[in-house]
Design a protein around this ligand. Structure first.
Ligand SMILES: [Zn+2]
Ligand SMILES: [Zn+2]
Length: 318
């Protein structure tokens, strides 16, 4: 399976502002100046490679959208604003046919990209929607009421089909098994476990693992999460924010790490980044999580876990 990240922000699209760009630019130029003072022949690509990820890359401001490719099957998870670029990419790849779209829930940051999703304007395409919400079509139609958008959901040229399940049920699509599980989030959210042969990816965004119940929560979810090769998980907050925003439905980075260690996950991608955090704060929290892992390695049972912070445009192969 190939996993591509098209949107990794939580809650609200977050374009980079002028001062943040300026700060990155100044850091990059100062770094290059230092290198060139020591080695005037050093190439630009080499210098960029050596830079801190905050200075050589961007986290990205689009909201949640994930693509998983397996053979010729395209699965999409959530249609946040990242779906606009996914749609453009699918058109560039001359995609036509059946597209399988899974919704975790319908908070704005998970559906807002659909009206701008070009494959939905191509009559040859069939978009299959999968959800545990039995009124999903109505929710999408409401988003495209003429008060909010010029084109109604029902007037989009692609065919649409809705497939409903109960939490805990599985779908099978071209040999891929996609199982569902209810998460801890206001209004509900669904995690998806995608299995291709012996490989497993889990997408679990918009969920709150926190507080005195954490041990019980991790244990309750053990069967669903156990041993995944790759887990993409909500990690919106710092620990302090998780305390301040208890009940808002999101997890702190270090607590996502606790969960991943408990469940025996191999690779954890921290996602649904807080819109109030500039990139440097996301990297600061990530480095805190890396240090936390090292401390756990020294003090406890051995475990194999690599962590990454989700960046728009990243790809993972499983
Ligand atoms: Zn969200
Ligand atoms: Zn949500």
């Amino acid at each position: 399976m190939k996993v591509r990240l098209w949107g990794v922000r939580g809650s609200l699209p977050t374009p980079m502002n002028r001062s943040e760009y300026h700060e990155k630019l100044i850091h990059a130029m100062e770094y290059a100046q230092q290198v060139w003072q020591a080695d005037a022949d050093c190439g630009v690509d080499e210098i960029i490679n050596q830079m801190h990820p905050n200075h050589k890359s961007v986290i990205g401001g689009e909201t949640t959208c994930l693509e998983i490719n397996h053979d010729d099957t395209v699965l999409v998870f959530d249609l946040g604003t990242g779906a606009r670029n996914l749609g453009a990419s699918l058109m560039q790849r001359q995609f036509r046919g059946d597209l399988h779209v899974f919704l975790t829930h319908t908070h704005w940051d998970h559906i807002q990209g659909f009206p701008f999703f070009i494959p939905a304007y191509i009559p040859d395409n069939t978009i299959h929607f999968y959800s545990c919400l039995d009124n999903l079509k109505e929710r999408f139609s409401r988003q495209q009421h003429p008060d909010h958008f010029p084109r109604r959901f029902d007037d989009m040229p692609a065919q649409t089909e809705f497939h409903y399940a109960q939490p805990g049920d599985c779908f099978t699509i071209n040999g891929l098994k996609v199982c569902t599980c209810s998460l801890i989030h206001p209004g509900g959210s669904i995690a998806y476990r995608i299995e291709a042969g012996s490989k497993t990816v889990i997408f679990a965004t918009d969920t709150e693992f926190y507080g005195p119940e954490l041990s019980r929560q991790m244990s309750d979810y053990q069967d669903f999460f156990a041993g995944a090769d790759l887990l993409l998980m909500d990690a919106q907050y710092s620990l302090q924010e998780a305390e301040e925003k208890k009940g808002w439905g999101h997890t702190a980075m270090t607590l996502a790490v606790d969960c991943a260690i408990y469940w025996g996950i191999k690779r954890l991608i921290l996602t649904h980044h807080e819109p109030a955090h500039q990139d440097k704060e996301i990297w600061r929290l990530f480095e805190e999580a890396v240090a936390y892992i090292e401390a756990r390695r020294v003090s406890g049972m051995p475990f194999a876990l690599d962590i990454f912070t989700a960046k728009e445009g990243d790809e993972y192969e499983i």
